[in-house]
Design a protein around this ligand. Structure first.
Ligand SMILES: N[C@@H](CCC(=O)N[C@@H](CS)C(=O)NCC(=O)O)C(=O)O
Length: 223
């Protein structure tokens, strides 16, 4: 079995969740970079690794895994010495699993907003109604986490875990669409995880994001 670990990655995208988790474990993968608009995620070679042409895909332990949540669970379960997962029977098992999936409840809203604001070739096709609704729905998913993080530093009360690498990445993306001033606990959480050596290392390896150059997108500011 090959020891090589290869992360198929788009800088700034959900594959940063995986890069960050690996960095927290002290693992530096080989990185294969792609870009969303240039068709590189739709080649037969890449589709053989990730059937919908999405990142992350991780080559590890002689197989390829796609879906950031599945990768997070796999890495935490197969490398328990890092203490970043919560196994069956752990009192935090349910909140851990909820975080894996809640992260995507939020991230699909970000993806829809990215599509509307950044990836549509013809901006006149953007729907003001849809982007307003999706930004409101995204803020609504942030509200319970804002409350939670008033009481604790990390997503799980017992400490930093894979739940943070899954959910934390979302708050690097949400400021494009939701004003973080309304979410001071989430802003403090971002500052807290940004200071972690594992995150700093992941950002060094990540490279500059190659999409979405504007800081904030809203119907009001685009008029
Ligand atoms: N649920 C998947 C979503 C993966 C996903 O959509 N990744 C985006 C980047 S953030 C992507 O590859 N987009 C390319 C595309 O939509 O063509 C996961 O969590 O891994």
């Amino acid at each position: 079995m090959s020891d090589k670990i290869v992360l198929h990655h788009v800088p700034g995208s959900r594959s940063l969740r995986t890069l960050w988790l690996l960095s927290e474990m002290g693992i530096t993968p080989e990185i294969e970079n792609y870009a969303i608009p240039d068709g590189s995620l739709r080649t037969p070679d890449f589709l053989a690794r990730s059937p919908a042409g999405r990142v992350p895909a991780l080559e590890i332990d002689g197989q390829v895994i796609y879906e950031s949540g599945a990768i997070t669970e796999y890495l935490c379960e197969t490398r328990p010495e890092h203490g970043l997962g919560r196994a069956v029977g752990d009192p935090e098992r349910v909140p851990f699993l909820e975080a894996m999936h809640y992260a995507e409840t939020m991230a699909v809203l970000v993806a829809n907003l990215n599509l509307q604001w950044i990836f549509l070739r013809d901006p006149s096709q953007r729907s003001d109604t849809v982007v307003k609704i999706d930004a409101r729905r995204l803020a609504a998913t942030m509200a319970p986490l804002e409350k939670l993080l008033a009481q604790q530093d990390w997503i799980l009360a017992s400490g930093f875990s894979g739940a943070d690498t899954m959910l934390g990445w979302n708050f690097l993306a949400t400021p494009k669409y939701v004003r973080m001033d309304d979410f001071p606990n989430l802003a403090a959480y971002v500052a807290r995880f940004s200071a972690r050596p594992g995150f700093v290392r992941a950002k060094e390896l990540d490279g500059p994001a190659n999409f979405g150059r504007q800081d904030f997108y809203s119907v009001e500011t685009s008029k």
